[in-house]
Design a protein around this ligand. Sequence first.
Ligand code: ADP
Ligand code: MG
Length: 396
Amino acid sequence: MTAPGVSGIRNLHAGRFAKEPEVFTAPGRVNLIGEHTDYADGFVMPAAIDFATLAAVSEREDHRILIWSENFQEQVKQDVGTLPERGRHHWSDYPLGVVEILRREGIAGRESSRGFSMTLNGNVPLGAGLSSSASLEVASMLAVLHVAKASLAPQVMAQLCQRVENQYVGASTGIMDPFIACCGAEDHALLLDCRSLEYRLAPIPRHLSLVIANTMVKHSHAGGEYNTRRAEVEEGTAILREHRPEIRLLRDATMEDLERWGGEMPESVLKRCRHIVTENLRTVAAADALESGDLKKLGQLMAEAHASYRDDFEASCPEADVMVELAGRQQGCVGARLTGGGFGGCTVNLVETTQSAIFAERLHEGYREATGIDAEIYRCHASAAAHRVWPEDKSC
Ligand code: ADP
Ligand code: MG
């Protein structure tokens, strides 16, 4: 995948649109711990990674929007005044959705707007679960805000980008991905309370790398299983609520609640609820462990999170279990677990940077021997939130 360089995208943009652009970047992300807790109003702890989408932008005078994606080698053209009301299942849905949502907020995209040219280039692998979509939305939003001579608080940008994906693109995604792209920090993970949107940064020691291993499988039943899980979680929550009406979502439930009333639930429902209740506790404990530098504890929590995801939530798969098990046997591995929505996708590994190259090589080899699949492995560092990269300025 082409690594998007700032001078490269400036040249591309100037060559295509004959204007010197400003350039914005927004990172992809990996979730260290906190799976399926977001819709229970619970906690997640992602980190921004050094795979990113760049958006170069310059103003136009003809009330048009022209967007070139270097990744797709394609250009779209659109009149500012006649934006489609919703997405058309095309990559341009994301940047055009940004304009439309900002228009609904009265910030950008009015008919009188003069329009803009935009060039996009990213190296976040598409559809691999590292949230290229949120990085695209956030980079585009910074670019569109720049043209509109407006600015927004990072948390507000994150909420608007979530609306782009939910209301314009038509994907029911949570707040985590745009939030970490807007509010992450170099060498830090971010503990996010999905109810209040309060967050705190927890330091990741500089000597550790985030190694993300793509199992290259996405089981076809994932969509159906996801819906079943959500229904089971709702069923369990409703049973608990009968006894304690203040339980709005599982975020409000404790292990004591499950011990007292779990017997009224079908076994599978109890297991799904137990995963979420214990995962919330583990996620907050993992932030505490990072803050106190207790890497052993962090590794244990990641192992417990994987076991809970596999056994209670039953959202792992044989390939991911193999990948996690192989990782745990390698030197320099602090912790490993399946990350993302489940049933395939990527594992996240915290690994001593000095060992990360050999770790990645051995993991790749071992996984191929066990499954016959060539995994893609990305070695990353926890990175900064979205910002302007040209002209250089870290304060936007
Ligand atoms: P993920 O967010 O896990 O990578 P999604 O399916 O949510 O997967 O988002 C991937 C989609 O985002 C791509 O299919 C494409 O439509 C869009 N996208 C991401 N990066 C770019 C880019 N650089 N140029 C154009 N579209 C992009
Ligand atoms: Mg996405």
